[in-house]
Design a protein around this ligand. Structure first.
Ligand code: NAP
Ligand code: GLV
Length: 306
């Protein structure tokens, strides 16, 4: 079996070593133009030329959960595209989002500023019931995040394409229930995939429906959010703040107004990183299963876009 590795911005050696150990007998090499045809590919942001040359590839394993960039390419019609299914990301995402929610709810930024100014001062405890958290996207990551938030007794609501049942989470589904979901939400967490349906989903019209004093946590993709609309709603005080991990252009350009907005906290697309060992184990297991004719989870539907 031949496996080709084509991951832009990723040091190949540890991946090659890990894949060779997990799949003894497989020939694992870094892709270069003109390389012989492979059976499976491990990819992140490959060039179009990769698929043009590897037209017979059977399995395409994306080393991330989001496949929006991959699906922009013309891929061989018969290839099975597989995304990472958790592989250690849901725990990281739950940590990040719970941290962001708690930091906002408990006003830790305000305490930090007070302490830096040498002030020992108390703020009035806030009512948890007045800070319902809404999680958009209840897939592998969103469901874990929503469940984690219930552990802190926040009211939690969720929204997905198909109806869901999650303990302690009031679930909404589909376009018809979107406005009800938004108006039940004060702290909005985005964990949707980026698809034609979800692009720009956080814009003036939708964010205005959040409860007053709302807060936005975007950990999915930058193109879900209309940047100027967020800035306008922060300026009008309809929104109290935002914590953003993803941006339309990454790295976030130095001249972007988000850098200067004190109500916005920024992290550099790090909320849930690809963990190499977990990812290799998952990909190797799926390659073995596919080659044995078994079904696997995490297959991407290119029409749906995730
Ligand atoms: P997933 O398991 O595929 O879950 C996607 C969820 O979104 C599902 O609940 C799905 O509904 C829902 N959804 C999709 N389209 C929708 C629509 N039009 N309306 C309503 N709901 C819709 O994906 P995941 O593994 O949780 O990952 C989610 C996203 O997180 C990824 O696509 C990626 O962009 C992002 N991500 C970011 C980082 C980071 O470091 N910032 C790391 C990993 C992933 P159904 O359940 O009904 O299908
Ligand atoms: C990271 O953003 C991913 O999609 O895994």
């Amino acid at each position: 079996m031949k496996i080709t590795f084509c991951c832009t911005g990723t040091k190949p050696e540890p991946w090659l070593a890990g894949l060779r150990t997990a799949l003894p007998g497989a020939e694992v090499t870094v892709w270069e133009s003109g390389a012989p045809a492979a059976d499976h590919a491990v990819v992140w942001a490959p060039p179009q030329q990769f698929f043009d040359e590897q037209a017979g590839i059977r399995g395409v394993f994306n080393i991330g959960a989001g496949v929006d960039a991959l699906l922009k390419l013309q891929m061989p019609a018969n290839a099975t595209v597989v995304r990472l299914d958790d592989a250690g990301m849901s725990a990281q995402m739950a940590e990040y989002v719970c941290h962001a929610v708690i930091r906002h709810f408990r006003e830790f930024d305000g305490y930090d500023a007070d302490i830096k100014a040498g002030k020992w001062s108390y703020r009035k405890p806030r009512e948890r019931a007045e800070f319902p958290v809404g999680v958009m996207g209840l897939g592998v990551l969103g469901a874990r995040v929503a469940q984690s938030l219930t552990q802190f007794d926040f009211p939690v609501v969720g929204w997905s394409r198909s109806p869901k049942e999650l303990p302690g989470v009031r679930c909404f589904a589909g376009a018809t229930q979107f406005n009800d979901f938004l108006s039940a939400t004060r702290i909005l967490v985005n964990l949707l995939p980026l698809t034609p349906e979800t692009r720009d989903i956080m814009r003036l019209e939708t964010l205005s429906r959040l409860q007053s004093g709302g807060y936005v946590i975007n950990v999915a993709r930058g193109a879900h959010l209309v940047d100027d609309d967020l800035l306008a709603l922060l300026a009008s005080d309809h929104l109290a703040g935002a914590m953003l991990d993803v941006f339309r252009t990454e790295p976030l350009p130095a001249e972007h107004p988000f850098w200067q907005e004190p109500k916005i906290s920024i992290t550099p697309h790090t909320s849930a990183r690809t963990l190499r060992d977990e990812s290799i184990a998952q990909i190797a297991g799926k390659i073995r299963a596919l080659d044995a004719g078994q079904t696997i989870v995490g297959i991407v539907d290119p029409v749906r876009g995730y």
